[in-house]
Write a protein of this length. Structure first.
Length: 315
């Protein structure tokens, strides 16, 4: 009877121990009655990766990180041992990628399946790669914005300083004077514009009158088109008549007259005739000149002393 009680207690202890081991492995993601395998991957850094973080294939959790430790070669690299339930075949050339699992910065091991026919065995080491964490990606995306913001703030600070330096009392007076000058200039421009508009109105009226006159002239030309055609026909007929005149006969007469004139000039040059003698005989010219002077003196004396030459007697 006493032996049976001890056996019962032993069975209870064994059952409790079994349940404890099973529960502990269950909490760690292990399944005692299913086939499991371990594989390793080596990284230079793991950021926020911790034990029990998931191992996934195409987003499906197939295991978890079991252990993290430094590589025994003393290089400072980190070895991650992952526990995977062999539910799917994993090719030997697959890649264990360390990537972000959520916006909170949680990391996971993503298995990128390869195309090899051979599958990994228990304790194999997969090739590894690391992707930037969400916070790093956000930092990289925000870095240009941050730099631009810093540059903008520096420019704004410089601009504010420049504005403070510009808007002193003297500058304010200069700006007010410039504004007043601008106001006067605008007023002058308005006056000039008004004058130009008036001048344009006058010119427009004159242009309108010119167009009216041109239209009237055009109408008159159209009304007298037949008369103008008749005048042009008469002019053409007159031109034809002039062309029909015997110009040759007239030119022969002119040539004959020019020949006679040339003969006369030749005789004069040779000293023939009265004109030739007057031109070529200087003594005759002098006598004629002296006689003309004496005759002129005589006529002058007659006008001044008519009694010397004319004696009028009544009885």
């Amino acid at each position: 009877m006493k032996l049976k009680r001890e056996v019962k207690i032993g069975f209870v202890v064994l059952a409790a121990l079994f349940l404890f081991i099973w529960g502990l492995n269950f909490l760690k993601g292990r399944q005692l009655f299913s086939r499991q395998l371990y594989f390793y991957s080596v990284y230079t850094h793991i950021d926020d990766l911790m034990a029990t973080n998931p191992v996934t294939v195409n987003g499906v959790v197939i295991g978890q990180v079991q252990k993290i430790f430094f590589h025994p070669d003393g290089s400072g690299r980190i070895v991650v041992r992952s526990l995977v339930q062999q539910k799917i075949p994993i090719p030997a050339n697959s890649i264990a990628r360390l990537a972000s699992a959520s916006l909170m910065g949680t990391r996971e091991i993503q298995i990128i399946l390869g195309d090899s026919n051979a599958e990994i065995a228990h304790g194999d080491t997969l090739s590894s790669e690391i992707t930037a964490s969400f916070s790093q990606e956000v930092s990289e995306q925000l870095m240009p914005i941050r730099l631009q913001a810093e540059t903008l703030l520096a420019q704004i600070d410089s601009m504010v300083s420049a504005i403070n330096n510009i808007f002193n009392e003297q500058t304010q007076k200069s700006i007010l004077a410039s504004i007043e000058s601008l106001r006067i200039t605008v007023a002058n421009i308005e006056k000039t514009t008004a004058t130009a508009n008036t001048a344009l109105d006058v010119q427009f009226k004159q242009l309108s009158q010119i167009l009216v006159n041109a239209q009237s002239i055009t109408a008159n030309l159209q009304a007298h088109n037949q008369t103008i055609g008749s005048i042009l026909h008469d002019l053409s007929q007159t031109s034809n008549n002039l062309a029909a005149i015997q110009i040759g006969e007239t030119m022969d007469k002119v040539n004959a007259s020019m020949t006679e004139f040339n003969d006369i000039v030749s005789k004069i040059n040779r000293g023939e005739g009265t004109i030739g003698l007057l031109i070529h005989d200087e003594a005759l010219y002098r006598n004629l000149e002296s006689s003309a002077k004496q005759l002129d003196s005589l006529l002058l004396d007659i006008r001044q002393n008519p009694r010397r030459y004319i004696n009028v007697s009544v009885f």
